[in-house]
Design a protein around this ligand. Structure first.
Ligand code: ZN
Length: 144
């Protein structure tokens, strides 16, 4: 059965991402600057190039795909929790190319912003810490 914790809304922030910035660094930077330890992020915009991951469940390793072309951020959704004692953004992204084809996966460092509009919403609630999960090999939330 799923394990859940109640949260309440804190502050919300709307903003513009930096041209040429690393998308994941920009999101982590907002959370660090605003001291957000728990929350959600969403964004739309465009990237100059992208790097996204696919987690192979059998080998427990990420494979990274690089897209060296301008693409639209059709959707980015993610959450903010604590990993290694710091705010950590985990985000997934859907990108579309000039033909309208979509690609997506786990947002990795190396995705470069062309333009981006972001919503960051802070939550108040129990601190969610990431820790190694034996079953999946992933750094999942400790929920006890
Ligand atoms: Zn992921």
């Amino acid at each position: 059965m799923a394990c859940i914790k109640p949260v309440t809304f804190g502050k919300s922030f709307l903003g513009r991402l930096s041209f040429g910035g690393d998308l994941l660094e920009e999101l982590n930077g907002i959370c660090a600057a605003q001291n957000i330890h728990l929350g959600r992020v969403e964004a739309i915009g465009a990237v100059r190039k992208a790097r996204i991951g696919y987690y192979h469940q059998d080998t427990r390793a990420y494979e990274f795909h690089e897209f060296n072309e301008p693409m639209e951020i059709a959707s980015l959704v993610g959450n903010v929790s604590i990993k290694d004692g710091k705010p950590f953004v985990h985000a997934h992204i859907t990108l579309t190319n000039a033909a309208g084809a979509a690609f997506g996966g786990h947002l990795a460092p190396g995705t470069v912003v062309f333009a981006g509009e972001v919503l960051v919403q802070e939550f108040h609630g129990p601190a969610l810490q990431r820790a190694f999960d034996e079953t999946t090999g992933l750094p999942l939330w400790k929920m006890e």
